[in-house]
Design a protein around this ligand. Structure first.
Ligand SMILES: N[C@@H](CCC(=O)N[C@@H](CS)C(=O)NCC(=O)O)C(=O)O
Length: 314
C-alpha cells in the first residue's frame, strides 16, 4: 500500500509493519466539499476547477465521461496521470504518450497535489481529484460526489439537457446503485484483493448474483431504468467495459465473462457507441494499470471455475 502519513509520502507501507499499523490506526482524511451553482465557498465557474484523473481508474473515468457528455471540457481543465501506479511515487504526471504534465503547477506526483492542499494529510492518494485553482485546495476526491456536481452545478457552461440523476428518479437510481456499487463496482476489487479463500468466495458469489439480476433486468430494456440513461447505467458500464480485459483475468472474476451475458454485453455496447463515449475509454491505459504492480499479494487464492463447463450445450 502507498499513502501519506502526516504529510510524508510512503511508497511501500507494507514493508514497515510499524508504519502500516500507524496508518491503520490513524483517522482517515478526505475532501468532501461541494461545488454549487451560486454557492459561497466553492461557486461553480468556468476556468476555476481542474480534474486530476487516470483513464485506467473506473472511478476517475466516470468524471472524465461526465465532463465530456455534459460538454464541460472548456470549463473544467484536466491533467492525466500515467496508468502505471506501481512505482515508488504512485500516480505521476509527465508529458508522455499516456499521460500529461500537471498543467497547473508542474507537480510531478499526485501526492504533492494532496500535500499542497493539506500539508499534514494522512490517507491514500487516489484519483480523481477536483482542484480549486482559486483557493489552491482539493474540493473533493470522491468520484460519486464529483459526477453529481458535474451533472447539475455547471449547467451555465455545459449541456443542461443532459441529466443522469434527475430529482424524480433519485430513489430508483439510489436503489440500483445499492446493488451495483458494492457488489459489482467494488465487488471486482473485493474479489481480486481478497486475502483469504473465504472472502474471495463470498465476493465472487455476490458479484455473480448481482450480474445475474442485472442481466434479467435488462431483458427487453435498453437501459436499467427503461428508455432513459441514468447514473446507474454509467456505474455499471465503467466496470463492465473493463471486465473481460482485466477483471476476469487479473482480479479473478473468473465465474463468467461479460460476453457470456447477452443483455449486459448489449447494454455495454449500446453505451459505448453513444457519441463521445469511446473517446474516453482507453483500454490500453486500463491494461497497463491492472497488469502493473497493484500489490495483489494473494497468489494462494484459487480463482472460481467458469460456471459454464464442457458438458453445457454450445
Ligand atoms: N472513493 C474514491 C476511490 C477512488 C480510487 O479508489 N481510486 C484508485 C484508482 S482506481 C486509486 O487512486 N488508488 C490509489 C490508492 O488507493 O493508493 C472515488 O470513488 O473517488
Amino acid at each position: 500500500m502507498k499513502a501519506l502519513i502526516d504529510g510524508r509520502w510512503h511508497g511501500d507501507l507494507d514493508s514497515d509493519p510499524g508504519l502500516r499499523a500507524r496508518f491503520d490506526a490513524a483517522p482517515r482524511q478526505g475532501f468532501r466539499d461541494w461545488v454549487r451553482a451560486g454557492g459561497a465557498a466553492f461557486p461553480a465557474a468556468a476556468g476555476r476547477y481542474h480534474l486530476y484523473v487516470s483513464f485506467a481508474c473506473p472511478w476517475a473515468n466516470r468524471t472524465i465521461l461526465y465532463r465530456k457528455l455534459k460538454g464541460l471540457e472548456d470549463a473544467i481543465s484536466m491533467s492525466v496521470a500515467h496508468p502505471s501506479w506501481g512505482g515508488p511515487e504512485g500516480w505521476r504526471f509527465a508529458d508522455t504518450e499516456l499521460s500529461t504534465r500537471d498543467h497547473l503547477e508542474c507537480r510531478d506526483t499526485l501526492h504533492r497535489v494532496y500535500t499542497d492542499a493539506e500539508s499534514g494529510f494522512t490517507g491514500r492518494v487516489t484519483v480523481p481529484v477536483l482542484w480549486d485553482k482559486q483557493t489552491r485546495t482539493i474540493v473533493s476526491n470522491e468520484s460519486g460526489d464529483i459526477i453529481r456536481m458535474l451533472d447539475r452545478e455547471f449547467d451555465a457552461w455545459g449541456d443542461a439537457s443532459v441529466r443522469f440523476y434527475p430529482d424524480r428518479l433519485k430513489a430508483e437510481i439510489d436503489a440500483l446503485n445499492t446493488l451495483i456499487v458494492p457488489d459489482v463496482c467494488m465487488g471486482v476489487y473485493k474479489s481480486g484483493f481478497a486475502s483469504s479463500q473465504e472472502n474471495y468466495d463470498r465476493a465472487v458469489a455476490a458479484l455473480s448474483a448481482a450480474l445475474d439480476e442485472l442481466e434479467a433486468r435488462l431483458a427487453g430494456r435498453d437501459y436499467l431504468l427503461g428508455a432513459r440513461i441514468s447514473e446507474a447505467d454509467w456505474h455499471l458500464f465503467m466496470t463492465l467495459v473493463r471486465f473481460d480485459a482485466v477483471y476476469h483475468p487479473r482480479l479473478k472474476c473468473t465465474y463468467a465473462r461479460l460476453v457470456d451475458y447477452p443483455n449486459l454485453s448489449r447494454h455495454t455496447r449500446r453505451l459505448y457507441e453513444l457519441p463521445g463515449v469511446a473517446e474516453v475509454i482507453k483500454l490500453d491505459h486500463v491494461r497497463i494499470h491492472y497488469f502493473d504492480d497493484l500489490g495483489l499479494g494473494n497468489p494462494r487464492v484459487l480463482p472460481a471455475p467458469p460456471a459454464r463447463d464442457f458438458r453445457d450445450a454450445a
